[in-house]
Design a protein around this ligand. Structure first.
Ligand SMILES: [Zn+2]
Length: 326
């Protein structure tokens, strides 16, 4: 017989039982959420179910109850219960009451809790996989799918586990939050990693700079002021700018000697290898990623204002579902 008990704390407990001969719960039930003994509630639910199943059950005065025998268990009870009174040696307690004692088995916890959590995990994983695929395919964030993750997490938890209540709701919401936040976090990380250039780009830049350096060293073999003036005018013209040799100041020539010429000589002369070049590029990328700007970018992407709305919305949906409101 399928029954559902609701504890005073709001936890709903669903399970299957075979009622005892007298129509009561065969085991004692403890609320998985607050620990309260809810066996009496189970007895009440069973009694209501049994009387609903057997409407012609008048004569409540008589202790003999053949009408209730309808729903007796097959024979899980070793005790033959023809009479209402239990056999004295088996019952250590003063069993003077009319109903036989329950088995001592205590049903602690929600029998469907584990399956519900499993369902939550399946629902969350499936939807997050779809989310991941959409993000990869389109490059958009699809933040709205956080709600989808929350909904599916709750739906699968209930579909597979059939458990409800505050404890279940917290567990389901936790699973949803884990997947939603986990994915946003992962995505922000991946986007930040996109700030790094790939090896092919670095190689191309290196070759370009090497070619430029060789030309510069060739054009400015001695590093004299005159050579530098000539080179700067030519270089400006190549870039489509107009620069007159007379306008170039001594300071500009000095800067050119100390930096551009020096770097070009190192590059062209093989003093700075391709590995050095790559290491310098990587170092600059690390600086950018670890900069305050990089940090802010990351956290805004991971838990920015819209992300927070979606995270809370998705987690809330899962909670409602777990609590049986969805
Ligand atoms: Zn409870």
């Amino acid at each position: 017989m399928d029954i559902k008990i609701e504890c005073q704390c709001g936890q709903r407990i669903a399970f299957e039982v075979e009622p005892m001969a007298d129509g009561r719960m065969p085991v004692e039930i403890e609320c998985p959420s607050c620990g309260k003994d809810v066996t009496a509630e189970g007895d009440a639910v069973l009694a209501a179910k049994i009387s609903a199943a057997a409407p012609p059950a008048p004569v409540p005065a008589e202790p003999a109850r053949p009408a209730l025998r309808l729903s007796r268990p097959a024979a899980p009870d070793p005790a033959p219960i023809p009479a209402a009174a239990p056999i004295p040696p088996l019952a250590p307690e003063p069993a003077a009451s009319a109903s036989p004692p329950r088995k001592i088995t205590k049903l602690v916890g929600d029998p469907h809790f584990g399956r519900s959590v499993l369902g939550a995990l399946i629902g969350a994983a499936l939807t997050t996989a779809v989310w991941f695929g959409l993000w990869k395919a389109t490059g958009s964030t699809w933040g709205i799918l956080a709600l989808g993750v929350g909904w599916m997490t709750g739906f699968f938890a209930r579909f597979i586990g059939r458990s409800e209540g505050p404890q279940m709701a917290l567990a389901v919401a936790g699973v949803a939050l884990l997947f939603i936040f986990g994915f946003q976090f992962y995505r922000a990380h991946a986007e930040l990693a996109g700030w790094r250039s790939d090896d092919a780009t670095i190689e191309k830049n290196y070759q370009e700079q090497l070619a430029h350096a060789r030309k510069l060293v060739e054009g400015v073999p001695n590093g004299s002021d005159e050579e530098i003036r000539e080179w700067m005018v030519k270089d400006a013209r190549a870039d489509g700018e107009k620069l007159r040799a007379a306008d170039i100041t001594a300071d500009e020539i000095k800067v050119f000697q100390d930096f551009e010429l020096k770097a070009a000589r190192e590059l062209a002369g093989g003093k700075q290898s391709k590995e050095d070049f790559r290491a310098r590029v990587r170092q600059n990328e690390d600086l950018a990623i670890n900069s305050v700007f990089g940090r802010i970018y990351f956290w805004v992407r991971a838990i920015g204002i819209f992300s927070i709305v979606f995270i809370i919305g998705g987690t809330g949906l899962a909670y409602r579902f777990g609590n049986g409101e969805g």
